[in-house]
Design a binder for this molecule. Sequence first.
Ligand SMILES: [Cu+2]
Length: 371
Amino acid sequence: MKILALVLLFFIGINKIIYAHGECCLSRSIAEATISGVTLAPNFGLSLHYEYANMETILDGSHSISPDSVLDDVAATWPEMPEEGKTFSVPTRMIMQKYTLLGTYAVADRIQFLATVPYVINDMDMKMITRGKGGGHHHAPQLVKESYPGPLATDTTDNDMRMNMKMDTVEGLGDITLMGLYTLYTDKPDLPAKKVTVGLGVKTPTGKNDEEFDSGGLVHAAMQPGTGSWDPLFLVNYMHTFHPWVFQTNLFYQMTTEGDEGYEFGDKISFDLIARYKVTSYVNPGLEFNLFYTGQDTDHDNRYSRPDESLIDNTDNTGVTSLSVSPSLQIKIPGTSGSIDLKFQQPLYQHARGIQQVVDWRAMAAVVWAF
Ligand SMILES: [Cu+2]
């Protein structure tokens, strides 16, 4: 109970900090798999993960900046009476939800196969500024909640219009991942106190990456259900038990490649330190530190880029370094080999390349079953 109170206190003490846009998905669910019971399953393991990420804060480097001041800064560079209409939009809120079905199968003593099948649901609210007429923006303003003239701080904003918009939900099957896990070392095969696992895999391009706006043009790369690329995956995991503590370190590398629409996400590297305390056999609190790095994206064919019109359709605004803390709770289902895992992730430090909307917090829940 003491440790739980400590975790809670630690948590409350943390100010509202931030997280990254491209941060997402894959390393998270694989890492999750290696630390949950699912990869310890003797034959067959199955889990269903749900993840909810709330993104609002816009970060310029390490400093937060309001959507309106981003718009002000862009509008300040426009001519007072542009010959062609000018328009620029920033995200004001994004909700990323993801369901992931994960299965493991032990083919031999030391070899396990792992597959993840994600389903993603992405929603975004945006704010748009226009000056002059005929602003040919890619976003169809499907739902204009309010519109009002810009602030009268400077003369040039007199003829500006600002609008809040809600994008259509983008949802669908994401990118399926296949991975082989090999137990490099273990002291006791059935109930290991020390174990080193290495993994090699591939992220396939099963998710759509060519969703379009009603008005035409590709939806933001970061909001597409898939990436269109085949990416090699590498994993090293070390587990060490000092009863009643279980420690794990997890290193994951996703070597991203160019997708079929010419967009290449930055490489992703994550490093996790995980501690779990077995207070009782049924409820095990845990604490993780997650270090995450993602490189800059490259839009080889310039099909997604609209740097003059949209903050997030600009590869100058991609790439992130972050450190976050994640308290967790594993609840064993009595009389079974199943468990429920709950986790809350809160960034402690975050640096964005350029200006990016980042994750303010992330909540995860999983049901894990070992057979
Ligand atoms: Cu948008």
